[in-house]
Design a protein around this ligand. Sequence first.
Ligand code: PLP
Length: 313
Amino acid sequence: MPENQPTHSMLSLVGNTPLVELPKLAPKSGIRIFAKLEGGNPSGSVKDRIVLAMVEAAEAQGVLKPGDTIVEASTGNTAIALAFVAKQKGYKVRVVLPRGVVPSMADVLHLYGAEFEWCEPSGGMRGAIEAAKALAAEEGVHELGQFTRSENVDTHYRTTGAEIAAAIDSVDAFVAGIGTGGTIMGVGKRLREEFPGVKVIGVEPRLGDRLQGLRSLAEGYIPPLLDLDTLDGRFLVDSASAIEAARSVVQSEGFLAGVSSGATLTGALRVAERMDHGNIVVMFSDGGWKYLPAQPWDAAAEHEERLDEVHWW
Ligand SMILES: Cc1ncc(COP(=O)(O)O)c(C=O)c1O
């Protein structure tokens, strides 16, 4: 028997991602930083986990059958994950994207043959969610529902959080970006059970004027899955700092991480300032390749305003 057997199912490749130490980014000798590399999921981001879980839950409830259409609002990664899972399982996909998402997200969806429509930037992500809801109601089709369904949190508790706990002896701080809140709520709960005393820290993007909306908690909107009382801290990270930090990962460790990974790393380094020693785990929710056509690195170096007009994550 050959040692490495081929895999017969793409869907079986979802999850079980590596946790890797980033020694060159440790700011002091007692601090160790570990990244959970989600870019290796088959469609390229952490969102494969929740989409698969939500689709399978809907199937188990009998509300989806092959050939049906699934609708969702997304800034890109969830839409791409949905397009992937739908190909595997035989569903059609319709996605609502807020204008201002990274253009290559739409290019990938086009390649998949997924139908998508744009929502005006003034409504931000909240506008896109409302548009997806209206579409699902009008057409009588299934809405995936990443912002409201409990499977989003549960799957991070069962998989992402459990994988981290199995890979490392202790976690002193966990840092994740906040979009729907699914990652930080699910992984945070699991790590608190396994490592009492762990600090669970959220990172939010600072959105620019044109796209203020759902995920800028400072604006007063809290995603329904997010319970702020369970977090030990939150940082706002602007796009230029996130992009610069993502660049520092390439330059020091040679790994091309996505923009939100730069944001979580920035958060981790701020947490490290208050610690003498300990293990910090950060989410690297996707890789950096699909951001390259938008040329964020040059714009960040020149502090261009357009940085704040893009939904980077
Ligand atoms: C690249 C990236 N990082 C982080 C997040 C935030 O994850 P969550 O929705 O679980 O809060 C998202 C969600 O859109 C994302 O696409």
